[in-house]
Ligand binder design. Structure first.
Ligand code: ACO
Length: 441
């Protein structure tokens, strides 16, 4: 299966836009995507006019053409390679979705089986990596360990450090990264618990093996129920890609310098960590716990949010101005999982009450703020037994295939250039050097 490049339909422009600048007019090509999204191509603007565009937070800037994921934020639509997220969450597996994202098509049975074998082969870490673990404090944050260890993994795979990847190498790098992030995550958890690291079990599939490494003990093997495995697989599928978000853009930017896939993915982990991005799944649970502990009722919490005392974590999105379709699926998964496990989590009740109030409140309606993927995901992770400080690690495990898909798509892109934004300088003009005796205290 050849790695897909951006389809030619996205190349053809239907016309031009005219930009009126003081004293001149510049004609700029219009680009239309396969879902009829229109863009003005400003790549030659500075050459032709001396002007640059200014767009803090890149809310209006398309940084690339991409054929991986389509989002219509107004309609609440998310598709991977043309497949609706709802259908993938219902019918597919995380491993299959990973191949779809990276290679563009759902895999044949033979290809899927072969990739599963590769995942098994790549489960173990080089023994040298154990010494890296020993150097971390036991209470070190698992996100810091994950990014450092992914980067370190590259040292043990010199054959996978080139950006020039044929299909076989890309498959191998994908298997190495997807498998090793699970092993690293589970090892860091065991270390934080002061427990013996549990080696991967080659007889188990991807999700079961991860749960085994997390929760089995020498005297008590963990057997995951089908519902837990299904919930975990769905969680990972729903986190697998989300086009040009903060961490994926970081991976692309780092990759644009020619950095290898391990370094690029490690940078994605760092970008994901923040509470406005992947770290929101932890922040939501912390917020719900605070509400529970303080006995605050959800109505007064919403009032405080409106007074701008804090943000409602797990709400709002740069792209979705409608329901995040992932949140809808996860709410359902969450209810089903808690029901089958017989768990009653008061945090889910608080979350639902908050959502109900917010979704009928003018402040949220005007700003089109809806629950995002992180609003319910933490309650699922809690039910599975994942500790709070590993929630964003779980998001990272899910996002690895998306990061690899974008890293590779960038490499194939004929328009690829090193990512290097411009700025509008607003600092001091040229001034004379002041000797130290003449400076103010
Ligand atoms: N709670 C309260 N108000 C909010 C929230 C929120 N969660 N999110 C946005 N707003 C308000 C802002 O205060 C602003 O109001 P104003 O126009 O009156 O000043 C308006 O909505 C627009 O907000 P921005 O910050 O400009 O929106 P932006 O697109 O830059 O930010 C973001 C998106 C970061 C996701 C934001 O909605 C947020 O902070 N949400 C909470 C954190 C969160 O859940 N992050 C996870 C996102 S999903 C993911 O990354 C996996």
């Amino acid at each position: 299966m050849p790695s897909p490049a951006v389809p030619p339909e996205a190349e053809a422009g239907p016309g031009t836009a005219r930009l009126q600048l003081p004293g001149r007019e510049v004609e700029l090509p219009i680009v239309v995507g396969t879902e009829d999204e229109h863009a003005v191509d400003v790549s030659k603007l500075r050459d032709r006019s001396g002007y640059v565009t200014l767009d803090p937070g890149f809310g209006n800037t398309g940084a690339c053409k991409s054929a991986i994921t389509f989002i219509d934020g107004e309609a609440g639509i998310l598709r991977y390679r043309g497949y609706a997220i709802e259908e993938l969450a219902e019918r597919s597996s995380f491993v299959e979705v990973a191949l779809l994202l990276i290679f563009g098509e759902l895999p044949s049975r033979e290809r899927l089986d072969r990739f599963r074998e590769m995942l098994t082969e790549e489960q173990l870490l080089h023994e040298g990596m154990r010494y890296h673990f020993e150097g971390f404090p036991s209470n070190g944050h698992p996100m810091a360990m994950l990014s450092a260890m992914i980067n370190a993994c590259g040292c043990y795979h010199p054959e996978l450090l080139s950006s020039e990847m044929d299909e076989e190498r890309l498959l191998r790098a994908t298997a190495a990264l997807m498998s090793k992030v699970c092993t690293i995550a589970a090892f860091s958890y065991k270390m934080s618990q002061g427990r013996r690291m549990e080696y991967p079990d080659p007889s188990l599939n991807y999700c079961r093996n991860f749960l085994h490494m997390m929760f089995s003990r020498p005297h008590r093997r963990y057997e995951a129920s089908p519902q837990v495995v299904r919930a975990l697989s769905q969680f990972l599928i729903l986190h697998a890609d989300h086009e040009q978000n903060c961490s994926t853009s970081t991976v692309r930017l780092v990759g644009s310098s020619g950095a290898n896939v391990f370094a690029s993915v490690a940078s994605g982990v760092c970008a994901l960590w923040g509470p406005l991005h992947g770290g929101a799944n932890m922040a939501v649970i912390e917020m719900l716990q605070q509400i529970q502990a303080g006995g605050d009722d959800p109505k007064s919490v919403v009032a405080k949010v409106k007074d701008r005392k804090f943000r409602l974590m797990g709400f709002g999105h740069r792209v979705y101005k409608n329901f995040d379709p992932r949140a809808r699926i996860l709410e359902q998964t969450c209810s089903e999982l808690l029901d089958t496990l017989g768990i009653s989590d008061p945090l889910l009740d608080i979350a639902r009450e908050l959502a109900e109030i917010a979704l009928t409140d003018g402040y949220f309606l005007e700003r089109k703020l809806y629950p995002n993927v992180d609003f319910y995901s933490g309650i699922i992770l809690r039910a599975i037994g994942i500790p709070l400080n590993m929630f964003t690690v779980m998001f990272s495990i899910g996002r690895v295939p998306g990061w690899i898909a974008h890293w590779h798509e960038l490499y194939l892109d004929p328009d690829r250039r090193i990512g290097r934004p411009r700025q509008v300088y607003v600092g001091p003009n040229l001034r004379d050097y002041v000797p130290i005796e003449g400076r103010k205290a």
